[in-house]
Design a protein around this ligand. Structure first.
Ligand code: CDP
Length: 212
């Protein structure tokens, strides 16, 4: 079983994906970490994230076994990740790894921006998770504060909007719902309620109560 979970920044897709993978006993891949790792490699080598040649080289050389999730979640890397992610050759270089991951038995949950549209268009279930920008900014602010990072909610909101815009407008695999994705709006939902709503959709699709 392959479950594709896409959506904009801080919509709740990562948390939902992890919990879904847990209850169904599936592998989980947070594909944002891959783009973050490429961005970090470029920045660490002293280059700008829009230096296309170095970003492509970093993507080709990436070893996905070596991710340090904590260091990849820092704000400068977040912004740079969305810059390298707009380069078509970077996306191309990372595609095989993601597709192979998706087909690992007994199945996988992948979350990102283009899972249902590009990486796994034949996924058994596709969710597109959204929430208002204000609610997403609030969640991301609390998340960063809990990690001890100094944050200003208005700046977090501005960062999210800029990144959503860049991710949606790029020509290579833009952030958008697949035509057969099920929309899940988490604006007014707690983490538990959002998770239950996701399970509800997955079960409805699996039992044929909802079209795929
Ligand atoms: O957690 P958050 O939504 O803030 O970020 P993320 O999922 O880790 O993704 C960071 C950036 O990587 C996004 O802004 C996208 O530009 C890019 N990305 C992508 O292009 N395609 C994916 N499948 C996943 C992430």
């Amino acid at each position: 079983m392959i479950i594709a979970i896409d959506g904009p920044a801080a919509s709740g897709k990562g948390t939902i994906a992890r919990r879904i993978a847990d209850v169904y006993g599936l592998h989980h891949l947070d594909t944002g970490l891959i783009y973050r790792a490429v961005a970090k490699a470029v920045l660490d080598a002293g280059y700008s994230p829009d230096d296309t040649a170095h970003a492509i080289a970093a993507a080709v050389e990436l070893d996905p076994a070596k991710f340090d999730e904590k260091s990849l979640k820092a704000q400068p890397i977040t912004e740079a990740a969305s810059v390298v992610a707009a380069i078509p050759e970077v996306r191309q270089a990372l595609m095989n790894f993601q597709r192979q991951f998706a087909t690992k038995p007994p199945g996988a949950v992948l979350d990102g921006r283009d899972i249902g549209t590009v990486i796994a268009p034949g996924a058994d279930v596709k969710l597109f998770v959204v929430a208002t920008p204000e609610v997403r900014a609030k969640r991301r602010t609390l998340e960063l504060q809990a990690k001890g990072e100094p944050v200003d909610e208005r700046e977090v909101l501005a960062d999210l909007l800029r990144r959503d815009e860049r991710d949606s407008r790029r020509t290579a695999a833009p952030l958008k719902a697949a035509p057969d994705a099920h929309l899940l709006d988490t604006t007014h939902l707690s983490i538990d309620a959002a998770f239950r709503a996701a399970v509800e959709i997955i079960e409805a699709v699996r039992t044929g109560r909802k079209r795929r």
